[in-house]
Design a protein around this ligand. Structure first.
Ligand code: FEO
Length: 403
């Protein structure tokens, strides 16, 4: 049974929601699901923008068939070849033998690599800023390399200002009947999912997002139609501002996240004591995370949100606790920058984690500050740590208030 939404007079959402998948890209938890968006333009010619993940192909095909209502599918634009959007290309080509595929050279190369079979006469290769007219609507194709793969492009409907934005301006989360940003309380219910999606999936490519935002600034966009999450038709500036911040690696808020690794509760107790001191000193925006029970994608999203990070780690095998190390590696991989870090370490006979964390941060991350004040526990927090704790809390307060 079909389930579609009308986006404009002649444009339809024909995507589907996935609520059974536990891990997006087999790595990121998506307890609230994800939508795979595809759009069908019913002009003098019919034009499908992208497909969906194989898991929801059946729903997608029913949607396309319903909207076409017997008409042929003339064109299929592929903006992004990653299989969560491109898996159903062959299925469309088999069912609609007249369809011409519009995409760029790199995407066609990837199609061959992924084993899709497209005859040369069914391929229409476009270059940067090429246009195609489908009747009332003229579409311009704009390259968006590395947002999030090298072949990625966006398609801009110059007739009505709709931007088919591929992975840009997307979010985790299933749509649950709602499609448009004004049908939901995005700032309350969606922003955390949007941040976690962008920072973990495309976070590494901040400069490329900036490049796309610059291009976007030169055109009159009225609507974002991304490949995941809500369609934006109001308050586009809200999301543009978030994207600008995230892609420049600027924190959204002043605040402290304390990420702790604790085997028997002693490091956690010290982290809680530090959080309490910060709140008592007037820093209310404090959040604690147990690295052992918080998936690193949530930690990364919070690290993009907040200005200060306290890493509280036990020493493990004379090294950094493995899950803290994993978190550090993710920060490096995503090119996180412009944060202030503080270190609290624990080690019953040879505390080493602090020096190793410092060395990692210093060598591997750009444009960061590491506070000199450090707390070193030998097994558990005691009065011997009073001055270190006080000094660290004061240094954090001073740093936050100075920015
Ligand atoms: Fe949702 Fe880069 O694909």
């Amino acid at each position: 049974m079909h389930c579609v939404r009308k986006v404009t007079d002649d444009l339809y959402w024909v995507g589907a929601n996935e609520r059974r998948l536990a891990l997006f890209e087999n790595i990121h938890p998506i307890p609230e699901g994800v939508s795979y968006n595809a759009y069908l333009l019913m002009d003098e010619k019919t034009v499908l923008f992208d497909t969906v993940d194989w898991a929801v192909c059946r729903q997608f095909l029913e949607n396309v068939e319903y909207v076409l209502d017997g008409r042929p599918l003339d064109y299929m634009v592929i903006n992004h070849l990653e299989p969560d959007h491109a898996a159903c290309i062959d299925e469309i080509l088999v069912r609609y033998p007249e369809t011409i595929v519009i995409s760029n050279e790199k995407a066609f190369m990837f199609m061959r690599q992924f084993g899709f079979h497209i005859d040369n006469e069914r391929m229409d290769e476009v270059n940067e800023m090429d246009t195609r007219c489908f009747g009332k609507h003229t579409i311009a194709f704009v390259y968006a390399p590395m947002v999030h793969w090298p072949e990625a492009m966006v398609s801009f409907d110059v007739t009505n200002g709709v931007l088919f934005s591929a992975d840009a301006f997307g979010s985790f989360g299933s749509l649950d009947g709602k499609l448009f940003n004004d049908e939901m309380d995005f700032d309350r219910d969606w922003i955390d999912s949007a941040r976690r999606y962008l920072t973990n999936i495309v976070g590494k490519y901040g400069p490329h997002i900036q490049h796309l935002l610059t291009k976007a600034g030169t055109i009159d966009i009225k609507m974002f139609c991304p490949l995941h999450g809500p369609v934006w038709r109001t308050d586009l500036g809200y999301f543009l501002e978030k994207y600008d911040k995230w892609s420049r690696y600027e924190p959204e808020e002043k605040g402290v996240m304390i990420v702790y690794a604790s085997m028997y509760g002693n490091t956690e107790a010290a982290a809680t004591a530090l959080a309490t001191m910060l709140v008592e000193k007037g820093i209310k925006n404090v959040k604690m995370f147990d690295v052992s029970s918080t998936h690193v994608s949530y930690l990364i999203a919070e690290t993009f949100r907040l200005s200060h990070v306290v890493l509280a780690s036990v020493t493990y095998n004379l090294g950094i606790y493995p899950l803290i190390h994993n978190y550090l590696m993710d920060m490096k991989a995503l090119d996180l920058q412009k944060r202030t870090f503080a270190i609290l370490e624990n080690g019953s006979w040879a505390p080493k984690a602090g020096d190793l964390i410092y060395e990692f941060l210093d060598k591997e991350l750009k444009e960061i500050t590491i506070l000199d004040e450090r707390v070193t526990l030998t097994s558990s927090l005691s009065e011997l740590n009073d001055s270190e704790m006080e000094n660290l809390a004061n240094a954090l307060v001073e740093s936050i208030n100075a920015e």
